[in-house]
Design a protein around this ligand. Sequence first.
Ligand code: ADP
Ligand code: MG
Ligand code: ZN
Length: 478
Amino acid sequence: MIHYEPVIGLEVHAELSTKTKIFCGCSTQFGAPINTHVCPVCSGQPGALPVLNKQVVHYAAKMGVATHCQINQLCKSDRKNYFYPDLPKAYQISQFDVPICENGYVDFLVDGKPKRVRFERIHFEEDAGKLLHDEGEGTVVDFNRCGVPLIEMVTKPDIHSSAEAKEFLETVKTTLSYLQISDCRMEEGSIRCDVNVSVRPEGTEELGTRVEMKNINSFSAAVRAIDYEVERQIEVLEEGGKIVQETRRWDDSKVKNLVMRSKEDAQDYRYFPDPDLIAVEIDDEWMKQIESEIPELPQSRFDRYVNDLGLTPKEARTLSDSFEKACLVDDGAAMGRVSARALANWVLSDISKYLNDKQMELSDTKLTAEKLVAMVELIEKNVISGNAGKKVLVKLFETEDSVDQIVEDLGLKQMSDEGAIEALVDEVLAANSKSIEDYKGGKKNVVGFLVGQCMKASKGKGNPKMINQMLAKKLAER
Ligand code: ADP
Ligand code: MG
Ligand code: ZN
């Protein structure tokens, strides 16, 4: 029996988070009433002229730099001609032979093993509108999405399983969010992909005939679509059949795909340079600016968290998957007052739990790296207890108050005065002579009980470490 190897290439579309559309001043805001964010340019009125949004070029180049692409500092816009009701001009402005970015790659882990997927190209283009099918009522065309800027990222056929595809897509998503160029809202269709699948006998080089699947709008749907299509192709081949190059529509609710059309070629689109737009030039100074805006990326942070902080891969991933969480740790540690490890512990425990419970992002709260550092510092200096820190944290999420103010208001300052602790311990020992005898009789575990009594007497404010030490000293003296 022949074993088949899946070969997969992805075309990922990501909406860019610019305020306005790619060729006009209309808002890109999602969810507005239908056809309220439209103008003569994005609704395809004859004679209306497009003007390229500079931010789109900036964002597309940023993704290219972050993924090791060569940036074509001189590039252009081309028309891709086809007719569909959601495309009022009957052409889409995209980039054809000179895309803004070429030949990049991303590295990531799949089941702990390193994997590289190369990019053929990244180009910018405009999104089409949306057809809203209302059963019995017909179909409404909403042009609000027409002209929302996209980047399309095309991979080489380097992916060989649905698991690799999923990790690749996650990597693209976190990279986009680190660069702050897309809001990555999957449920709003911010990231969508077309999946190209072929199979070949294991150990052979030649690519098999591919099938392209469209209409995939979640990463888990991509996994299902790939698994389905790989199996379908193997079945066809095993029965002595041939794979036909075609486009199939993935129906996620039915977990199957159906033929949409036979594959179109580039020539079917009659690409040509858009005569309404001038060439795009990114000069060296602009390039420097773009390069300077690339933050340390998730893969590199992940490695640091595992190697330098000693986090488990799972913990490191929780941090590196979220630009905000990673920054909280790294920006906080950069202040040089508390360790990255201490900050990571807080982010991985109480902070993540709070955000999960409330279904919030860090940016929805009022917590800052500066305040987290101030709080952890108070714990390390024994001014407040770790438990008190948890109470402070809740206030830090919800109010603008300073850490000192919160500690003051909640009366959380620990009793750390040597004399006061001594008085407290003396008092507790005087009231528990039986325990002292037990201690002398060898029952060392009464110390725990006595510490508890001291904490109680101090209304929880006694510094436990100091109480422990004082108790040990006093008991030894008796
Ligand atoms: P188009 O969809 O515009 O015809 P390309 O020919 O450039 O585009 O290919 C699009 C995607 O298909 C790329 O991601 C590429 O890696 C992938 N691809 C090309 N050939 C194969 C193949 N035989 N098997 C799987 N994927 C393929
Ligand atoms: Mg394609
Ligand atoms: Zn418009």
